[in-house]
Design a binder for this molecule. Structure first.
Ligand code: FNS
Length: 500
């Protein structure tokens, strides 16, 4: 077997099918065969999921999780076995599972896009039509998801003090972030694995961001390759890079320099994920769908007690610390923002080490559960910065649970430059594609103009701290950690196949 050289020209499906075990494992991706035998033990997602496709075409399973250039980048050239004559490949009779049949039915009966009046509507539709694994990955938060729910409910603890009789005939909702002018003070934040929700992945968000002149933050763990997302940019459209720092700093340096050379206008270093949080919805659905050893009991070296997220994030460096920031400042001219700062002491430290900004964020409630919401930290931080005359020293962003323009306005009143929005655009994309993203962004713009008028502000500079009452922000009355959203779908006593 080992001596067998693939014949000249195209391999046949039969040639590949012979290599269908852990002793000799070939897979087909995008019409080419690869010998992944030696790679099996190193695969972050575990050997099982690859062996499920040993000797077969693995393209469909491969695409949502891996950028297209993954094999070129990480599989040694001598394992690239060349093109396969796909006519000779036995395509799996994709016997549609009863679940998939039901899902297709739901897609046929899904509400029209016009039925979505706010960002939460997209979430309801997405849950109804998305694949369970994709929904689980996007919607999950860590542990009891208390922080994930607090992120949005925190905004309801802030009340407006609207001004009246202000001339608001003309309202300008535009702003600048890191020197870039944008139509409305939000950006599309970095969320991994865009192709779980839509076959084209993150480039759909790029197109939506272009249409509405908002900034897109490109995730390190995107399904699309970094260059694909940059290439999807049009004209002077602005993109930032979100960086998970690799244990191998040479790889990190290469990524940062390449991002700068591709015109990225900001480097957002994620500092709240030395290890990815425990997202149980993701774990449950992974266990059922892809058979990956989610709760690996085989004592493998790599901890695979997580769904897709942890499987693809074993490279992240938990030793990252303040002493690394000067190095980042030395390798790039891009403004450096720390994403995932959660207390005022660290904002002051970020200013000290020369960072250009921070995102007050808890990663959408996907990391440390019962960490405070970004808006609550903002309410703590800004008075301290003002006291020290530091409020204009760096740009402060928040993200997490932003679902209404009034949430954006509250953040700006308190002193944020802008806000990041994640899940709503993922759900809009997953349910309706680009039209969904476009509609979601337009809804926010319409809400923003209306609410600026109602609060008595003609432009974002008019939004000041005296326009909000934050006295209730620190009251954390947390109901028993009951997952109201997923109750129907993730009851641990119901096996994955029952329920929805
Ligand atoms: C929803 C979501 C968020 C992720 C995300 C993936 C999803 C599906 N992923 S994760 O797989 O590692 O957790 C990232 C990521 O790649 N890098 C990152 O910095 N933040 C990541 N975040 C956090 C994101 O950047 C925002 O902090 C968060 O989404 C804001 O909350 P909302 O979703 O409520 O707007």
């Amino acid at each position: 077997d080992e001596g067998e050289k693939p014949n000249v020209g195209k391999l046949s499906g039969e040639d590949v099918a012979k290599h269908n075990s852990k002793d000799s494992c070939w897979v087909i991706v995008h019409g080419k065969a690869y010998d992944v035998t030696d790679f099996l033990p190193e695969h972050p997602g575990g050997p099982k999921i690859i062996l499920k496709y040993a000797g077969k075409d693995a393209t469909e399973e491969f695409d949502p999780i891996h950028p297209p250039d993954t094999l070129d980048k990480y599989l040694p050239k001598d394992k690239h076995l060349g093109p396969v004559n796909m006519e000779t490949v036995q395509q799996e009779e994709k016997e549609e599972s009863p679940e998939e049949k039901e899902r297709q039915e739901r897609i046929k009966n899904m509400p029209p896009l016009e039925a979505c009046y706010n960002l939460m509507d997209f979430e309801s539709v997405a849950r109804y039509v998305m694949k369970k694994t994709a929904w689980a990955y996007y919607s999950s938060g860590a542990d009891d998801e208390i922080t994930m729910r607090e992120n949005h409910s925190a905004f309801h603890k802030i009340w407006f003090r609207p001004r009246i009789l202000v001339d608001v005939e003309k309202v300008d909702i535009s702003t600048t972030m890191l020197g870039t002018k944008c139509d409305i003070p939000f950006y599309v934040t970095a969320t991994a694995l865009g192709k779980l929700g839509h076959a084209e992945g993150e480039v759909v968000l790029t197109r939506g961001a272009k249409k509405h002149n908002v900034i897109q933050m490109i995730p390190t763990l995107a399904s699309c390759s970094f260059d694909e997302i940059c290439d999807a940019r049009e004209g002077d459209q602005c993109q930032w890079l979100q960086l998970y720092v690799n244990k191998d700093r040479a790889i990190t340096e290469k990524i940062v320099r390449h991002a700068e050379s591709r015109g990225c206008k900001g480097l957002f270093i994620t500092v709240d994920a030395p290890q990815l949080g425990r997202r149980e919805k993701d774990m449950r659905s992974k266990f059922d769908d892809s058979g990956s050893s989610v709760q690996s009991t085989s004592g493998d070296a790599v901890d695979r007690s997580q769904g897709a997220a942890r499987a693809i994030s074993s490279f992240i460096d938990p030793s990252l610390s303040w002493k690394d920031i000067p190095w980042f400042l030395s390798i790039t001219k891009m403004p450096i923002i720390l994403k995932g700062v959660q207390r005022v002491e660290d904002v002051l430290k970020a200013i000290e080490v020369g960072a250009h900004g921070v995102v007050l964020s808890n990663h959408g409630g996907r990391q440390l559960d019962t960490a405070p919401s970004g808006i609550e930290v903002l309410a703590e931080v800004m008075p301290v910065l003002r006291e020290r005359g530091l409020q204009d020293k760096i740009e402060i962003f928040i993200d997490g649970g932003v679902r209404r323009a009034t949430d954006i306005i509250k953040a700006l009143c308190l002193g944020a430059k802008g806000v990041g929005i994640g899940r709503p655009f993922l759900f809009a994309m997953s349910a309706y594609g680009l039209p969904g993203v476009d509609h979601a962004m337009q809804l926010l713009k319409d809400e923003m103009v209306m609410n600026m008028r109602l609060i008595g502000a003609a432009k974002v500079e008019d939004l000041t701290p005296d326009m909000v009452d934050t006295r209730g922000i620190h009251s954390h009355i947390v109901p028993v950690p009951k997952d109201l959203l997923g109750e129907r779908s993730y009851d641990p006593l119901i096996t994955a196949h029952e329920g929805i």
